[in-house]
Unconditional design. Sequence first.
Length: 620
Amino acid sequence: MTSREKDRQRERVSTRITAGYLTLMAVLGVSVFAAPGWAAVTWAAVGLTSVCAVVVGVRRYAPRARAPWWLLAGAILAMAAGDTIFGAAVRRPGDPSPVMVDVCYLSMLPLVLAGLIQLTRTSVVLRDRTRLLDLLTFTCAAALVLWIVVLGPGIRANGLDGLDKSVLAAYMVGDLLLLTVSMRLMVAARRSSAVALLAVGVWGVVAADSAYWIADLSGGWQPGGPGELGYLLFYVCWGAAALRPSMVRLTMPAQAGPARLPHWWIAVMWLSLTVPAGALFVESVAGPPRNGLVIAVATIIMAALVLTRLSDAITKHRRSLARERGLREACGPLMVATGQAGVAAAIRAAIDGLAPSGAPHRVVFDPGDGAVPAGDGEGRRPSDRYPVPAPAPDRRSRLAPTRTLHPDLRGRLGGFETTLVCPLTVDLPTAGGGALFVAADDEVLGAMRDSVEVLAAQAALALERIALTDAANRHDSDRYVRTVVQNTADVVVVLDDERIRYASPSLATVLGIELPAFGAFGDLIRPEDREQVVRTLERARRSRADEGARDCWSLRRPDGTRVLVEVSCRDLRADRMVRGIVVTMRDVTAQRGQERELIRQALLDSPAGFNRRSSTSKYR
């Protein structure tokens, strides 16, 4: 079964589980409105079903961080406990609500806040706290307006005691925080069905709480009324969110886009900052201010938020200047690097300087023809290259889970959960070629991402410059060799592994064969003669470049005659001027024939040869 078929089967199973869960929740939801007398049992069943859905989703999909989902499950359980106690104690409108109900409901708020905040901590969008501070400023302004217009007059008109006022204020603050965190989730997290379901569940709770307090101030909450729909929506949506496969992406690092501050956002922040002054002006004109203390507290809080945002902007600007200075300093070594090892060393030094002080990180540099660890000069064969994940849209890099990379690469990147993968390309975007792998904590990668992308582009330019320089040098070297050996009798052949990059014109004279276009050296050798050739080339590859390998080959020509050549093989693939294996052959057929004839004549002229001729003539 292929991976695509497995994904389809997993999706079908998830759909069936979700359909069964929604069917069961629909039956329980009908029971909430049809049988309000059984509210305690029904709400307990609804809450436990939703908690079981969260547990099943976490066990099935195994998200990167499970703690946020366990916190949300705890919030659902606390909410269900409060609804169960409320359903058992409140039978008619006006019945007092037990204190334990408020304890359960209020204990749900910190669990929900902690869970939703942790779900968005992996997002780079809000890591600098800018948007979060803006949201808190807007929330503070909205809370002030809500207090002045609705809650303040309602509390004073109904004559609630101190405990009821405190509880109402706590619920108001809790609902505002829930709305703020849900907005933060929608802005920070990826758009998915799980995010939408979580947000709808939060809005359902806030709407139901508003309906509850309006009904309670008007005469009492009616069990089984339309207001129950908001709470039911909370249970259904949060359980369904945990059963969706997209719940895994909520705890994965987000792909941050370029930071922009739209005009409408500036207008909203400006209006939020004018709310306290405007409220104080309106109350002063209408008569003595009745909410002066609340307005003062809101003003202090909003001023603290604005000053914090200003301080963050100054710190961010200072860090940007430091990154620019580090990038300028890194470009110098890259410009003077003469090889991949020099580029790798410059990249590692630059990343060490850009990383926050004391932040652990690991770097692997793959120039495209073998992975080279940054800082050392040892390469690997092209067959050992690691596949490069495709970059994110409109970005030069991708934040990839380390567990999805090549096993050997995972071992070299340490135990970090996330790796920043930057393809070594000049233009956007491509998945081929080499890449720069940087593994570190999510916060470190978020702070370094833009700088690492620039370094990867500069490294790609440096590698292209080195490759073009080497190609030009090899071209000049080949022209020089061609000019020098044009009229020599020796055969000079330069090999790129097995392919012939250059061969002198005397090759046709010595071997009696024309060199084919893009031919391999083995095509020039007869099958019966290849063993000696391969043996000599292997010895040359194992020997040092200054020693090489020497041998004598007996090669058959196309006309059937044999030629005897002395061979010298040198492995100069590491030489930047050659980058190949140089084979030099000299035709010694005539020389060896003359040597044999001289040896034969010397043997005949010797006393032993004279005696052999005499004995042969005697018995003739």
